[in-house]
Design a protein around this ligand. Structure first.
Ligand SMILES: Cc1cc2nc3c(=O)[nH]c(=O)nc-3n(C[C@H](O)[C@H](O)[C@H](O)COP(=O)(O)OP(=O)(O)OC[C@H]3O[C@@H](n4cnc5c(N)ncnc54)[C@H](O)[C@@H]3O)c2cc1C
Length: 715
């Protein structure tokens, strides 16, 4: 309402200005004619005239009325070069800032909502370099003054920055115009004020900050490297530290483009995903799901039984699975591909030298043009009093420790309600453990929508998991029993356990391999730019250590950018593209997502429309007794453009691929609807979701006419 009132007032003032023909007063001719009269007035009441002129200038510029250039000339004619410049410089900057604020207040939210993520690069660019852009726009007076105010108001630049950069940037142009105004009598038109030469000088002046910044960056790079002695020659084009997903793919790409590359791994080839993460957890999930299906065999017309199994065999199978996949990531395979694989601990000694403490006891130093850091992340263990005494497992230690157990732990506490916590809590519950899952946040899977979290919670509880959300773990106690004490609203609850699994997040490995000594900045992750370069452009990072995502497929995706930029960055660099990132939580049912969730769209104030298809309606899901779930698609209102998709259901991770492709290739739901999906498959859920969207956007009026046409044909 407030916005409407202000907008109406704004428009009324502008319309009034033209209706009263006030624009006729702001012409060169009118100013020339009134010059002697104004000069007389100014001589008798100098302060009042200066004040009135200042106020009028502010109003004209704030309302984006035409005539600011003429007023600037008039200012020169009336007040002379010095006073005129001071008055106009402040008045124009204040007026510009008011116009900027008006545009921001009236339009910014709706424009940002309307265009959503498409404005992200502009927003980020303005946040980072807004002052530079604005300075250039202000210095070159060919960019219309009012347009700059209105457009820049839509961006996130700070008001204070806007004011001072505008004042500084407009000063040369103001000087030129005010100076021309002092010679008003000799001026025939506005066109003559800016000669091509003068305009060229302004353009050069406008480019100056960019040139200065470029030189500054070159100098900064030099400064960064200044304290190090560059080697005369290099042993390698690239050294990659860490042989997880990010490191393996980086080395693979380097070898493919015939670079001389060394890959260093301190522990096990394949990194966390193969040895402690994705692979063992998915193998466990599979066994647990089978146990669950046996227990619920009556749902398929079979006799339900309590599954008989040895926990040791389940854990042994996990190691078998790891062994079966390990050759894909092995030293032998990568050596065959042309990678020099060294097993040992790497440390960056200087920007071009890596020292390796080899597993065989030797030490090796390699000079290299570039380095990719791919050291991954390790489980975070919270500083919970008593935890070390009671003991705990993490994803790093769980597989080995539990492999020695004959039976599944009777009472298991899972700390953490994220994807890893949920996957493991459900699996161990299905294998017979009495599981209590503790999460500090109000709900599980905090990154997903409420309904998703609620559905997963319901399924975990149906599997016997006791889910305690909004509960904070405060301490562990060890006596006759091991106890975790949790607290909610001041009330403490004691949970007795046999094993405690810590799954509260993973922290990047940042220490012990030279980052500190080289002064490479780190925050939660290694700090990199959009090319994945660290402070030293020849040292790059990829995978969990670089963030912001912690997924194997993102690590591989980043590895392409890191290795290509490391090897060819001096010719051309590529910004890492995070526009379409999918992921899946492998609970039963699975939760798969790409792009925006409703939660995120609301937080980022992006307008969206929801189309939902319930999988309980799908033939194949009914056949398979897998009816829990849905496909939820967010689209731009009124447009066939997908913003995000969440699928909950059996094989949701596989089903998502179609939407990932669609989003990546800019295809809409009509294209999915027009694609044949095999019957009866779960993938038809995607097509039916697209069908729901189509139905909601059917051309109703046209269909009414078509109905009439058919009725007429019956006659
Ligand atoms: C239980 C669990 C389940 C998961 N499930 C999934 C899933 O289903 N899907 C998914 O996409 N992601 C999953 N993840 C995440 C996935 O495992 C990681 O995102 C992925 O492993 C990251 O790869 P990376 O190359 O960055 O690091 P890592 O795989 O951690 O590899 C880093 C390697 O660097 C080595 N290293 C470290 N320092 C040095 C040094 N100084 N010298 C030499 N070597 C060094 C380490 O030994 C390690 O092998 C899961 C993780 C866990 C823990």
């Amino acid at each position: 309402m407030k916005k409407i009132l202000i907008a109406t007032g704004f428009v009324a003032l502008i319309v009034g200005f033209f209706l009263l023909d006030l624009d006729q007063l702001l012409t060169l001719q009118a100013v020339k004619e009134g010059q002697s009269g104004f000069a007389g007035l100014r001589a008798s009441m100098p302060l009042l005239v200066a004040g009135a002129f200042f106020a009028l200038y502010v109003v004209v510029t704030a309302l984006s009325l035409p005539g600011a250039a003429i007023m600037t000339l008039a200012g020169g004619a009336l007040f002379g070069l010095a006073t005129g410049t001071v008055l106009i410089s402040f008045a124009s900057s204040i007026g510009a800032t008011l116009a900027f604020l008006t545009s921001r207040f009236l339009l910014r939210d709706s424009v940002q909502r309307r265009f959503g993520d498409r404005l992200k690069p502009i927003n980020e660019g303005m946040q980072r370099d807004g002052a530079f852009y604005l300075f250039t726009l202000r210095l070159v007076p060919v960019f219309p003054f009012f347009l700059v105010n209105l457009l820049v108001g839509l961006t996130p630049i700070r008001t204070r920055t806007y004011y001072w950069v505008s004042q500084l940037g407009m000063l040369p142009g103001t000087l030129v115009y005010v100076n021309a105004g002092t010679q008003l009598a000799r001026l025939d038109s506005l066109g003559g004020i800016l000669s091509p030469g003068l305009l060229g000088s302004f353009v050069l002046l406008g480019l100056f900050p960019w040139i200065a910044r470029f030189i500054g960056r070159v100098l900064q790079r030099r400064r960064v490297y200044a304290r190090w002695q560059r080697p005369a020659t290099y042993d390698r084009n690239l050294v990659v530290i860490g042989a997880g997903a990010a490191g393996l793919v980086s080395a693979y790409i380097a070898a493919t483009v015939k670079a001389k590359v060394t890959l260093v791994e301190a522990h096990r080839m394949g990194g966390d995903c193969l040895n402690y993460g994705c692979v063992p957890s998915k193998a466990l999930i599979r066994s647990a799901k089978l146990a669950h299906q046996i227990r619920h065999a009556y749902r398929y017309g079979l006799k339900a039984v309590v599954p008989a199994f040895s926990f040791g065999s389940v854990m042994a199978r996990i190691q078998d699975v790891i062994r079966a996949i390990a050759p894909h990531d092995s030293v032998e395979r990568y050596t065959r591909l042309g990678v020099d694989v060294v097993q040992g601990h790497a440390r960056i000694v200087d920007p071009w030298t890596v020292e390796i403490a080899r597993d065989d006891g030797g030490t090796q130093r390699l000079t290299t043009r570039s380095i990719v850091i791919a050291t991954g992340a390790a489980p975070f263990v919270p500083p919970l009093p008593g935890l070390t005494d009671t003991g705990y497992v993490t994803s790093d230690t769980l597989w080995e420790k539990f492999a020695n157990l004959d039976e599944v732990p009777k009472r298991l506490v899972v700390l953490g309600g994220g994807p890893i916590g949920c996957e493991l809590a459900q699996s161990f519950a299905r294998l017979g453990a009495s599981v209590t899952q503790v999460e500090m946040a109000p709900r599980l899977l905090g990154h997903e929508d409420d309904e998703v979290a609620a559905l997963v919670r319901a399924r975990l509880e149906a599997d016997g998991v006791r889910v305690l959300t909004a509960h904070k773990a405060v301490r562990c106690e060890s006596g006759v029993e091991k106890v975790l004490v949790v607290e909610q609203g001041g009330v403490e609850t004691r949970i007795e356990f046999d094993e405690l699994l810590c799954a509260v997040g993973r922290v990047p490995r940042l220490q012990g391999f030279g980052l500190e000594e080289l002064g490479i900045p780190t925050a939660r992750t290694v700090v990199t730019n959009e090319y994945l370069e660290t402070l030293y452009p020849n040292i790059l990072a990829a995978g969990d250590v670089a963030g912001p995502y912690q997924f194997t497929h993102v690590a591989s995706h980043q590895a392409w950018y890191a290795s290509v930029n490391a090897l060819f960055g001096h010719l051309r660099r590529f910004k890492v593209d995070y526009s379409v990132i999918p992921w899946t939580t492998f609970t039963d049912p699975e939760v798969a997502r790409v792009g925006l969730s409703e939660l995120e769209a609301r937080e980022r104030r992006i307008a969206y429309e929801v189309t939902r298809y319930g999988i309980d309606d799908l033939d194949r899901a009914i056949v398979d007794n897998a009816v829990d779930g849905f496909v939820k698609v967010l689209t731009v209102p009124g447009k066939d453009k997908i913003l995000g998709v969440t699928i909950v259901g059996e094989h949701a991770g596989d089903l998502l691929a179609e939407f990932v492709l669609a989003m990546k290739q800019g295809l809409g739901l009509n294209r999915i609807l027009g694609t044949i999906h095999t019957y009866p498959t779960l993938s038809e859920a995607n097509k039916y979701a697209a069908g729901e969207w189509r139905r909601a956007h059917a051309p109703r009026r046209l269909l009414q006419w078509v109905g009439r046409y058919h009725a007429w044909r019956l006659k």
